[in-house]
Structures are given as C-alpha cells and as structure tokens.
Design a protein around this ligand. Structure first.
Ligand SMILES: Nc1ncnc2c1ncn2[C@@H]1O[C@H](COP(=O)(O)OP(=O)(O)OP(=O)(O)O)[C@@H](O)[C@H]1O
Ligand SMILES: [Mg+2]
Length: 231
C-alpha cells in the first residue's frame, strides 16, 4: 500500500425528498492506493449512497469527489473513470441474462480500444482468475449465486481498475459461496495492489480488511486501522 490518495470525498452531502431525508451529511473520506476498506453501518446509514457518489453514479447536493487530487464532476469524466479505473460489484450481480459468462465479461471491454481477439483473451483470463474457466459458455441462469458474483468480479476486473467498490458482494450468498467471494476480493486486492472498498454487514469480513469506516446517519463515526501493511 502506498500513501498516494486515489479517491477522496470532501464535505459530501446528499439528501432526498427536498432535504427531509439526509443520506450523507458532510462526509470526508480518502481512499489510498492499494488499501482495503470495509464500509460498515446499520441499514439506511448511507453506505450505498456513498458508493454511488464515489463512483459517479450519483451526484452530491454539495461537496466534491476528487480522483488523484482532481475534482471530478462531468458525466464524461466519470464515464471515463469507470471505464478505465473504477470497478463496481453489486449485491445483485447485474449480469445480462441472455449473454454467457464470457460475453458478459467481454461486454465490459466493448467500445474501448481493445480488438475483438484481445477482448476474448482478456475476458477468458479474467474468468480463469475467478475460477470459472469451465463455465465460460454458461448463462447466468445456469450458474449458482456465487458463480454469478464471480463473473461480476471478472467483469469488474477485466479492465484492470485501480479501485474496486463492492456493495454487499456476499449479501445474497450462502456462507460457503460468501467465503469464496470474500477471499477472492481480498486476494485480488493483495495480488494486484488494487484498492478495495467493500460494504458489508459481516463483522468478521470487515475485520479482514485493513481499515474499517463506520457510517451512522450519513456521517462517518469511526475510521480505524485493523492491520498494517503485512495484511
Ligand atoms: N432514491 C432515494 N430516495 C429517497 N431516499 C433514499 C433514496 N436512496 C436512498 N435513500 C435513503 O437514504 C438513506 C441511506 O440509504 P442507503 O441506501 O445509502 O443505505 P445503506 O447504508 O446502503 O443501507 P443497507 O444496509 O440497507 O443497504 C436511507 O434513509 C434511504 O432510505
Ligand atoms: Mg446499501
């Protein structure tokens, strides 16, 4: 892990219903290159809102998000960042049902500069990394929840992001599959030096990250280091 700050939020506020619901209430948070961060807090505390704003899928009412020190605001800048540098994994997988695992992963590379043969190769390599080389031609409906989530991780991974956000990636999985997915995400963080920001309700899983950030009523109420660089 380096000291370089990749992504930071400064004074981020987000409300709904003309201000009646305050989801984020002045959040300051910096994510360093290569670190693993668990984002925890009760249901409704603002975790998903924070992920949406940190990935540019939603905009704050006030405050700003910085990427490597530069404020990001336009739709175009955000799209470019999500294409190149930011991967996102959701609880519900969000795979396209009519496409095979291989095609779902390839789709993440379309529209970029990668040629078709290279897209195919990169998608196959990403699926192999998540242990699904043998399931490349299967549809999501033919796979278990854990396998689907691993396809979604391969899809996030295939563009070689610098930071990976995962919003309750194990929330829909049984304990055996949850463990596989959690171990995979933490391995990827270590082996590729990618930053991992993982929302979780699982205290044990949170303890396996290097840092725990706790939200309560839209504010950060705790930010502690669990373990050092040796993690
Ligand atoms: N589109 C929306 N319209 C109105 N209120 C919203 C909207 N999105 C989120 N909220 C509210 O903002 C607050 C924070 O929601 P958020 O989804 O970030 O919580 P969370 O911490 O992710 O909860 P969970 O653990 O249940 O996923 C909640 O009170 C929620 O009801
Ligand atoms: Mg949520």
């Amino acid at each position: 892990m380096s000291d370089e700050t990749l992504l930071s939020l400064a004074g981020v506020r987000r409300s709904f219903d003309s201000g009646r619901i305050v989801a984020l209430d002045g959040v300051d948070l910096s994510i360093r290159s290569g670190e693993s961060v668990a984002l925890v807090g009760r249901s409704g505390s603002g975790k998903s809102c924070l992920v949406a704003i940190a990935t540019g899928l939603d905009r704050p009412d006030s405050g700003a998000v910085f990427w490597q020190g530069r404020a990001i605001s336009s739709r175009r800048e955000w799209a470019a960042l999500r294409r190149k540098s930011i991967g996102i994994v959701f609880q519900e997988f969000h795979l396209l049902p009519t496409l095979s695992a291989q095609q779902n992963v390839e789709l993440a590379l379309m529209g970029g500069r990668t040629g078709q043969a290279e897209q195919r190769r990169a998608a196959a390599a990403a699926l192999e990394r998540v242990g699904l080389a043998h399931r490349r031609d299967n549809l999501p409906s033919e796979m278990s929840g854990g396998e689907r989530q691993r396809v979604a991780i391969a899809r996030a991974l295939v563009r070689d992001p610098l930071i990976l956000f995962a919003d309750e990636p194990t929330g829909n999985l049984d304990s055996a599959n949850a463990e596989k997915v959690a171990a995979l995400l933490l391995d990827l963080q270590r082996e590729r030096g990618v930053s991992l920001v993982m929302v979780t309700h699982d205290a044990e899983l949170a303890e396996r990250c290097q840092r725990i950030v706790r939200l309560s009523d839209g504010r950060i109420v705790e930010d502690c280091r669990v373990r050092g660089d040796a993690a």
